[in-house]
Every structure is written in structure tokens, then in C-alpha cells.
Design a protein around this ligand. Structure first.
Ligand code: DX5
Ligand code: ZN
Length: 229
């Protein structure tokens, strides 16, 4: 069911297209795949849940036609229930909802899994890690935000490692196989902090697509994250 392969004994790198050159998106994504990226992270914003707008399901459909990597879709929208059908049929591999968004999240997560996608729950930096507890049996991934969501290129928050470690502990105690993905301000340095605290997937936007050499940037982030394990 989960179409997100985990490289053996290592960790997944998920470049975020939010920071990519949108006029040359296809080429940038091919370079990311060539550089060893594991997933593509697609940020969906509605201008309500976060003060920014980004992409819709058609972008996922078009990227899917390139047949490069699994698409990890991060819904930063107030009413995720309005968009579940559009995204489960878009070619995405997984859909992550925010715990702070509105609606019956549990039934949405069940619906995502029943559609054959991995289901994820994301927490903003000020949300208590314990709040994920009621959802641990219906999720395949937790996405820990290490910046306030809405924009790429922000700095990794100091509280990041303690949030990650707390979520790692809850996942461990659940006895379930759940990915711990970290999103926001990841670069060569902060990748080490996140990995040490227990992340097994790292999103990176600016530190990949904002760099001259996309392939090199991915390799360096992976190397840094693995160096502390
Ligand atoms: C922020 C998004 C992130 C963003 C990360 O709201 O969820 O995925 O693209 O960008 P960087 O890596 O530049 O902080
Ligand atoms: Zn994201």
C-alpha cells in the first residue's frame, strides 16, 4: 500500500518544489531524481490555513506524467476534506493533512489509506506532540514542521529537535511502522540536528532548488544527515 520506498538503513530526501524554478520545473525535477532524491514534496496552500497560495492537483498530475519519483503531498489547507478526492486521484503517493485543520480528520485519513495512498498527519511548531496520539493507528507518516508553514527559505526553529524527539518516542511506543518526516529550514547543518533527533525523511526546498547544483545539494544533505547516525 505504501508507495514510499525507504532506502535500506538510510533516510529519504524529499526536495520541495516550492523553491524550484517553475519555468523549468521538469528539468529541475529530473536533476533532483538524478541526484538521488527519494520523493518529491508538493506543498499545497489555500491562502487561509497559511498566508500563501501554491499549487493544485493538476500540478501533481503533470509531474506524475514525468514518471520520476513518488509524490509526497503536504496539504496546508483549512478544509482538507474538500480536496481529498482530487488529490487521491491525482497520482500522489501520499497525502498529509494538518492536525490543526478542520473536519473529521480520522475519516479523511482512513479514506486516504483506502485509496491506496500513505496517510500523514502534520504538526505545526506550537502544537503539542501528544496530539497525534489518537491518529497513530490510521497514519503512515508524521510530518513535523520546523518552521511556521507558508513559505520556503525560513530558518529551522530551535525547538525543532525536541519536537522531533517527542514524536519519535510516540511512534516507537505505538509499535507501528510510521515515517517521521521533517519539513522546514533543512540544510547541510540542520539535517544533522533533525536526523540525530530521529527523523527518517527530510524535506528540503531552498537548500536543494535554491542552489546552483541540485544534484550536489541533495548528496550533501544526505551525507550530513547520515554522518550523525
Ligand atoms: C513550508 C513548506 C515547506 C517548504 C520548505 O510551509 O511546507 O515544505 O517548501 O522549504 P525550505 O526547505 O526552504 O524551508
Ligand atoms: Zn511542506
Amino acid at each position: 500500500m505504501i508507495n514510499l520506498p525507504k532506502p535500506n538503513g538510510s533516510l529519504a530526501i524529499a526536495p520541495s518544489i516550492l523553491s524550484a524554478d517553475l519555468l523549468n520545473l521538469g528539468e529541475a525535477l529530473k536533476l533532483a531524481a538524478k541526484g538521488g532524491a527519494d520523493w518529491l514534496h508538493i506543498d499545497i496552500m489555500d491562502g487561509h490555513f497559511v498566508p500563501n497560495l501554491s499549487f493544485g492537483p493538476d500540478v501533481v498530475k503533470y509531474i506524475n506524467k514525468l514518471n520520476l519519483l513518488p509524490q509526497d503531498v503536504h496539504l496546508m489547507v483549512e478544509m482538507p476534506g474538500d480536496f481529498i478526492d482530487a488529490f487521491t486521484t491525482s497520482g500522489a503517493s501520499g497525502l498529509t493533512l494538518h492536525i490543526e485543520s478542520k473536519g473529521d480528520l480520522r475519516s479523511m485519513l482512513e479514506k486516504i489509506q483506502a485509496s491506496g495512498l500513505h496517510s500523514g498527519i502534520s504538526i505545526k511548531p506550537d502544537t503539542k506532540p501528544e496530539e497525534i496520539k489518537p491518529f497513530l493507528d490510521v497514519i503512515d507518516l508524521v510530518l513535523v514542521m520546523t518552521v511556521y508553514p507558508g513559505f520556503g527559505g525560513q530558518s529551522f526553529l530551535e525547538k525543532g529537535p525536541s519536537q522531533i524527539a517527542a514524536i519519535r518516542d510516540l511512534i516507537q511506543k505505538s509499535g507501528r511502522k510510521i515515517w517521521l518526516e521533517v519539513d522546514g529550514g533543512i540544510n547541510k547543518e540542520t539535517a544533522k540536528l533533525a536526523s540525530k533527533a530521529g527523523a527518517d525523511a527530510l524535506v528540503a526546498g531552498n537548500a536543494v532548488f535554491g542552489q546552483g547544483d541540485i544534484e550536489k545539494a541533495i548528496k550533501e544533505i544526505r551525507q550530513a544527515a547520515l554522518s550523525v547516525l
